[in-house]
Design a protein around this ligand. Structure first.
Ligand code: 13P
Length: 338
């Protein structure tokens, strides 16, 4: 099998730019075995290894997917599985003109001394794991930190621990020739107003970029994957996509250096239509970085509901995914209608 030489810094910047290329976004299909199994069960599909594989095959073989998707994030299980034609998932993605990505964190675990907060783990042995993923065809990686809003939360302790881990992960990725997706997610859970989400997102990103700088991470070789700035999901605050767009860009502008290759938002539990409308509104603003989507649920939920694990309904699932991708690429180009 062809083995890529270790990349230099220009390769990193080139890959990162390709991930956020105009009119394209990133598909997050990297749910852990546990999360994916729960979503399959909810859709009435047996949570087997084969069904997890068949589901991801349905997604990535969607005709024309590469027209709107630059790269797909997979989990370790899928990365080692094969499509029906015998090619591995990373090979199948590459053949179809998409970059293979791999989620490399091992999950958010309770943080000692910070009740109700977590730190994302997975640094031990990461250098060796990254080398293996590169050999299997990975071009970029993902690590998700989780920040909660609540009474006295987040603590500075949780922000620092998570930012530190993200920076060590990002530095290791770049050493291995992989573009790190740096994902600090401030959760929507809670009844807080949008202004509180803005303040916490700002504090989180300040900490993240301070650590990235300390660890010598090359900013044009990363993609930032943040939450949008939205009210808590139990808040009664009524906001328009224009409000969300303005709050998000105004929050990010002072804290996210212009050198980052781009920003690819997560959907975070917003409905598919809401996430797309917010993304569309952001394109109307003058932002200093390329802005795109790296949605999970907001892209795949309709596809899972249409497929339902039935081999006869693969085309229905693919049409549902293709529709969401088209909506989001239209949002990027400024001509979105549902
Ligand atoms: P959602 O868009 O469903 O939040 O998923 C994105 C993701 O990759 C979470 O880590």
């Amino acid at each position: 099998k062809e083995c890529r030489a270790v990349t230099d810094v220009t390769d990193l910047a080139r890959t990162a730019a390709a991930m956020v290329a105009p009119g394209k976004g990133i598909l997050a299909a990297d749910e852990s075995i546990k999360t994916m199994s729960a979503r399959l069960e909810k859709a009435g599909v047996a949570p087997t290894e084969e069904n997890r594989r068949a589901y991801r095959e349905m997604l990535v073989t969607t005709p024309g997917l590469a027209e709107g998707i630059s790269g797909v994030i997979l989990c370790d299980e899928t990365f080692r599985q094969s499509l029906s034609d015998g090619s591995t998932f990373p090979e199948g993605l590459t053949q179809r003109g998409m970059l293979p990505g791999i989620k490399v964190d091992t999950g958010a675990k309770p943080l000692a001394g910070a009740p109700g907060e977590t730190v994302t783990e997975g640094l031990d042995g990461l250098r060796e794991r990254l080398a293996e993923y590169v050999a299997l065809g990975a071009r970029f990686a993902k690590w998700r930190a989780v920040i909660v809003i609540g009474d006295g939360r987040p603590t500075q302790r949780a922000l620092r621990a998570n930012a530190h881990a993200l920076a060590r992960y990002a530095a290791l990725c770049q050493e291995a020739g992989l573009v790190p997706i740096v994902e600090p997610e401030v959760l929507m859970d809670g009844a807080h107003p949008m202004s509180r989400c803005a303040a916490v997102t700002s504090a989180t990103l300040l900490e993240v970029f301070a650590e990235l700088r300390d660890f010598g991470v090359q900013l044009d070789g990363i993609v930032l994957k943040p939450n949008m700035v939205v009210p808590g999901k139990d808040s009664a605050e009524d906001v328009t996509p224009e409000d969300v767009a303005r709050a998000t860009v105004d929050t990010l502008r002072p804290v996210v250096p212009e050198e980052v290759a781009g920003i690819a938002f997560l959907s975070g539990g917003q409905s598919a239509a809401q996430a797309t409308a917010n993304l569309a509104a952001m394109q109307q603003l003058q932002a200093p970085w390329p802005l795109t989507f790296s949605f999970g649920r907001a892209l795949v939920d309709p596809a899972l509901a249409a497929w339902k694990g039935d081999p006869q309904r693969v085309a229905d699932g693919q049409q549902a995914l293709a529709h969401r991708v088209r909506c989001n690429t239209a949002a990027l180009k400024g001509d979105y209608t549902e």
